[in-house]
Design a protein around this ligand. Sequence first.
Ligand code: GAP
Length: 451
Amino acid sequence: MKKNKVMNEIVSLCKRRGYIFQSSEIYGGLNAIWDSGPLGVELKNNIKRWWLYNMVQLRPDVEGLDSAILMHPRVWEASGHIENFTDPLIECRNCHKRFRDDEITKDRCPSCGAQELTEPRMFNLMFKTFIGPVESEDNTIFLRPETAQGIYVNYQNVMVATRQKFPFGIAQIGKAFRNEISPGNFIFRSREFEQMELQFFVNPDDGDKWFDYWREQRSQWYLSLGIDQDKIHWHEHGKNELAHYALAAYDIEFDFPFGRKELEGVHNRGNFDLSRHQEFSGKKITARFTDDNAEGGFIEKIPFIIETSGGIDRCMLAVLTDAYTVEPEVSNPSKMRTVLKMHPRLSPIKVGVFPLVKKEGMPEVAREIAQELRREFMVFYDEKDSIGRRYRRQDEAGTPFCVTVDGQTLDDKTVTIRERDTLVQVRSKIEEIAPMIRNYIETWERNKGIE
Ligand code: GAP
């Protein structure tokens, strides 16, 4: 299938099933801003939960944080974003479309082909607003373009409150905003998005060691999402690609239908951020590290920071595009079924519950089963249309199990359970449904070869 066609189908499935909607659609939409629908919220929350479980809950050396989106404007001077967070913008004098410098080839406008382009001018990607009622230069503040700075300015607070010792990390999930010149590829590059970032504070002597360690950890985490490992790649930043704060950087990339693109950055930020905050705030940010050669056995240094910075929306898009499958129906190979074969841990709905027909007491029993299962899982109850159509709707939603109540259920309290990927149907007792769903995540991972 053509790449554009696949993306168009995924975008339309996302709207149809309630994963992603265009923001303010009834007003014609707002460019590069997206809303998560009911299934999108669940998928995002499942990704976030899995990230927090691995990055915070399982680690005695990492703490969580939720810092504010709005920060003191001096933060962005110190961080270098006011000066450096810019893209070179070029405008076509013929069609008046705007592009990033790197999108222009052969001095031609990518849209109309005219060779009437302006010189590049630097455009800052931060959104501005005002704090308080007076809209003045002095009251200008910014929507954060990364969550990282909220961690840096809080790192001593967290260290004191938790009595962490180096090396230790702070993990945060939150919204970030960038006024991108050329957003696109659905939710891949948008102007409002969510990041999941870890900042790991280390002795500068150990910077390289922890940089390698976190690269390994992060690539393992992406594999644990069940996405095709052949689609995951590393890209090392050359000297001229490095962000203004980075000493070294690698991107984890993914083969999206529109090409190989960045999912997450792993950066050795050195002491850039903390030294700048020390300089701009006038507050001491150095820390004591043991050093056998130093007098007194320790030395004051600014810690190095190893950062892992991923986008939740991009991760969600990777999961959706990897899971998207169109295959012949087993019972009728001339017909195709569309199914999202995603990791059941990430599936927004874990089980669909249906009465075979809307009579003979079946809806009542099915509703009771659904309500009981809701105590532990996200459940979708459906009694509308033929059973085949109901199965297909859940296939498109990525739901791993469908439970059907039929005439036999009323006699012996058994139901049929249909599995999404294999389409195998088994007859089970009602009380076996929950344990089967619980065990299924492990079985699915074993079959996929995930450790
Ligand atoms: N704190 C470092 C930092 O923000 P980055 O490489 O600019 O680094 C990190 O961004 C991640 O945030 C990217 O790998 C990507 O997943 C996500 N991201 C960045 N810009 C984005 C955008 N406009 N839309 C969606 N996700 C974006």
